[in-house]
Design a protein around this ligand. Structure first.
Ligand SMILES: [Zn+2]
Length: 59
């Protein structure tokens, strides 16, 4: 995913802002890392450039 996509992404649960953590990137594209919502305390993985923003069940 491109970093610019961050502008479009928000937490699927609370619609709040997500914090990006980059593990690896290449040519401005994030290959792996995570997006986290500080409000929900949830992390969403970015794997092979695809952010997994499916809401997670919270216990
Ligand atoms: Zn949230």
């Amino acid at each position: 995913m491109k970093k610019k996509v961050m502008d479009l992404l928000c937490c699927p649960v609370c619609k709040g802002p997500l914090v990006l953590h980059v593990d690896s990137e290449e040519k401005g594209e994030i290959l792996s890392g995570s997006l986290s919502c500080s409000h929900c305390k949830v992390r969403y993985a970015i794997t092979e450039g695809i952010p997994d923003l499916l809401p997670h069940e919270s216990a």
